[in-house]
Design a protein around this ligand. Structure first.
Ligand code: AMP
Length: 181
């Protein structure tokens, strides 16, 4: 299964992706995790991405798309994946579409995790990640509204909406049911 996970920062996509990845038997590919791993290892990609991430801004698309392309080329992603955090803009969605089309592939669906804004702010403050301070959270929510939310319309009837407030297991059951599993 080839799925994209959408939703505001703090919607719990990462947590859900870990569970879904296990149940569906496809890798969880998180661009945020890939960037953080590169930052941890001090790679040139990590050095380039860090200032954007610390400010809550999007890393430039060419850098991000190159990273995603090489991750999707790894053997474990051949039969499917859960993309978490990519695409984040309509431009990135078009790049993904082209990457898949080159291999005669298509997305099977786009899970949209729907959560109220006050809930996501609370979750992010509780998480305590380096980029989870109030100012950065505000920036990231603004980026989400301006650049990422338009993907919901872009994907149209490929969107599968999941009500994502409540217990982790309950939300996961909803997602699996929505996927017909
Ligand atoms: P996340 O873990 O998904 O919340 O991502 C953390 C940060 O990584 C974001 O605030 C961005 O700075 C950067 N990032 C993750 N995915 C992307 C993407 N698709 N395009 C640009 N920047 C990204």
């Amino acid at each position: 299964m080839r799925l994209v996970l959408l939703g505001p920062p703090g919607a719990g996509k990462g947590t859900q992706a870990v569970l879904l990845s296990e149940k569906l038997g496809v890798p969880h590919i998180s661009t945020g995790d890939l960037f953080r791993a590169n930052i941890g290892e001090g790679t040139p990609l990590g050095v380039e991405a860090k200032s954007y991430i610390d400010a809550g801004k999007l890393v430039p698309t060419d850098v991000t798309a190159r990273m995603v392309k090489s991750r999707l080329e790894e053997a474990d992603a051949a039969e499917g994946f859960l993309l978490d955090g990519f695409p984040r803009t309509v431009e990135q969605a078009e790049i993904l579409q082209d990457l898949l089309a080159e291999n005669g592939q298509n997305l099977d669906g786009v899970l949209n995790f729907v959560v109220a804004e006050d809930v996501v702010v609370e979750r992010m403050l509780a998480r305590g990640r380096a980029d989870d301070n109030e100012e950065t959270i505000r920036t990231r929510l603004g980026v989400y509204r301006d650049e990422t939310a338009p993907l919901i319309e872009h994907y149209g009837d490929q969107i599968i909406s999941i009500e994502a407030e409540g217990e982790v297991e309950e939300i996961n059951d909803r997602a699996m049911a929505a996927l017909g599993k």
